[in-house]
Design a protein around this ligand. Structure first.
Ligand code: DGL
Length: 281
């Protein structure tokens, strides 16, 4: 069996665009819908309950577009909402993200690992469980990189200000002998070139390829892969202003195309041709 229904992918902003090309490469025939919730970016400092509510409403929006799988391309939203989403939508397939601590622990030679993630991810129960499972025998340095998501959202992936912020984050880690760095926020791969220049010997781990493999596996198991092996369409939505998002999408992943505006109406997201449904959670 196959299914032509699209895959929904979301993040608070442009972060999930670092995951999207891996999904396109792995599943080139699938139609993808990407939603950036830029009306609410950053998710990092927001309360769990709020992130859960946004994630529910975005899932609802994707289901109205007939999505067959929802990829939570955001560590923060996954940490807060993946379990509640699976509970509220038991028939929906989800793939989420978590900081790639396990491969980092396997790979480190110094036994010292750095994790860059937003404050909400670092303070989540899910992250605590992850550390408990995999990081018993290594030392982990964490940094919430305050302000980095905002810099990336404004297109500052390689400015002196971003470099300064990363220098402050990296200096203590490198001084302690950290040799492996986990990118625990989907925005951060966009500063990877800068990180590589600043710390060339640091091994950097981005879970995006593993997320794409998991999306493939989940669809295969559910017999919901699309019939085509190429030519999948990408439809972009933002809940913020469309023009800067289109510009940034072009810069970050080289995608030129129309960006649709999705509008929050209370706890529901709609767009022009969409029939707005009211849902209570
Ligand atoms: N990109 C998101 C993540 O992976 C969150 C960024 C934010 O909105 O704080 O955690």
């Amino acid at each position: 069996m196959t299914s032509r229904r699209p895959i929904g992918i979301f993040d608070s902003g442009v972060g999930g665009l670092s995951v999207l090309p891996h999904i396109r490469q792995r599943l080139p025939g699938e139609d993808l819908i990407y939603l950036a919730d830029q009306a609410h970016v950053p998710y990092g400092p927001r309360a769990h309950a709020e992130v859960i509510q946004f994630s529910h409403s975005i899932t609802d929006f994707f289901l109205r577009q007939q999505a067959k799988l929802v990829v939570v391309a955001c560590n923060r939203a996954s940490a807060a909402a993946l379990t509640p989403l699976r509970y509220t939508f038991p028939d929906v397939l989800f793939v989420g993200m978590e900081p790639a601590v396990k491969p980092a622990v396997q790979q480190t030679k110094t036994g010292k690992v750095g994790v860059l993630a937003t404050v909400g991810t670092l303070e989540s129960d899910r992250y605590a469980q992850l550390m408990g499972r995999f990081a018993q025998n290594v030392t982990v340095w964490e940094d919430p990189c305050i302000g980095l998501v905002d810099l990336i959202e404004s297109g500052q992936t390689d400015t002196p200000e971003t470099e300064q912020l990363l220098r402050q984050v990296l200096a203590p880690m490198l001084a302690q002998g950290v040799d492996t760095l986990v990118l625990g926020c989907t925005h951060y791969p966009f500063v990877r070139p800068l990180l590589n220049t600043m710390a060339p010997s640091l091994a950097i781990i981005d879970p995006a390829p593993a997320v794409a493999r998991q999306a493939h596996r989940v669809l295969q198991q559910a017999q919901l892969l699309g019939p085509a092996t190429s030519g999948g369409k990408l439809t972009l939505f933002t809940t913020g202003p469309a023009a800067p998002f289109a510009h940034l999408t072009q810069r970050l992943i080289g995608h030129e195309g129309e960006v649709n505006t999705a509008v929050w109406q209370g706890t529901v997201i709609g767009h022009q041709s969409d029939q707005i449904l009211t849902t209570d959670y």
